[in-house]
Write a protein that binds this ligand. Sequence first.
Ligand SMILES: NC(=O)c1ccc[n+]([C@@H]2O[C@H](COP(=O)([O-])OP(=O)(O)OC[C@H]3O[C@@H](n4cnc5c(N)ncnc54)[C@H](O)[C@@H]3O)[C@@H](O)[C@H]2O)c1
Length: 261
Amino acid sequence: MAVYPELKDKAVLITGGAGGIGIATAAAFLAQGAKVAIVDISADALAQAEKTLNASAGYLISIVADISQEEEVKSYVEKTVAAFGTIDVFFNNAGIEGKVAPLIEQNMADVDKVFAINIRGSYMGLKYVLPIMYAKKSGSVINTSSVGGLAAGPGQGVTPYVTSKFAIHGLTRLTAVESAKYNVRVNSVHPSPVETRMMRSLEAGFAPEHEAEAKANIASGIPLGRYAQPSEIADMVVFLASDASRFVTGTPVRVDGGMLS
Ligand SMILES: NC(=O)c1ccc[n+]([C@@H]2O[C@H](COP(=O)([O-])OP(=O)(O)OC[C@H]3O[C@@H](n4cnc5c(N)ncnc54)[C@H](O)[C@@H]3O)[C@@H](O)[C@H]2O)c1
């Protein structure tokens, strides 16, 4: 992995930090010598993540919070600033897939939940983190969208999820324009399927009891012929946080093995 010396001792905040992509990204930032706060709704998953990351004390903290609750967003931001003094990098990443069903069969409570976490939760993260970055005139934000935030694609039955990921794409582009005068960059990553719990859930939703076929079918639509590893998303996030991407903002970055080429 590339080493970016400027990331040493930087304060990095990651939501969904106990999930597949979140843990891999936390590991990648810790390897750069950064201080990392992982936020997740699941205390058990956070405890497991801490064991996996096995970081030296003082460089990794974990915070239990539901990103769809404004008071909890305020609180996770305050706790990170209390621990590290500031926030230099925000990986606004937590999200859920919702239920797999055609639009006309979606239950509105399930739809509202996807929007509350993926859209409203990501929005509120920006609302509370950006003032800290604006005040010191530096920072890098990476929002997690999806290939599903750029194109309809072959996946059917995930309209709430795709709607939310298109929203994050739009949110990223306008927030980048608003933030540029403060020297704060805002980009989005758009992964194709990644080897995490989320794809196991979607494969089961697309083809109950035929998950392996569903996976093979999805992978066959990716020119590189396979799902991404979480570390491959993490490497891009670290690049977008580093000075190597200093002139990149408002950009939807595909990490998709050529899926949308
Ligand atoms: N896995 C994929 O194929 C894929 C592809 C494209 C985009 N993404 C996106 O990447 C992000 C991470 O997904 P992942 O693959 O690591 O899945 P994951 O399910 O392993 O991780 C998601 C994490 O978010 C946490 N979370 C869920 N709701 C929360 C809430 N309200 N507050 C705080 N934390 C909450 C979960 O507990 C979990 O640890 C998501 O936004 C997802 O939509 C994933």
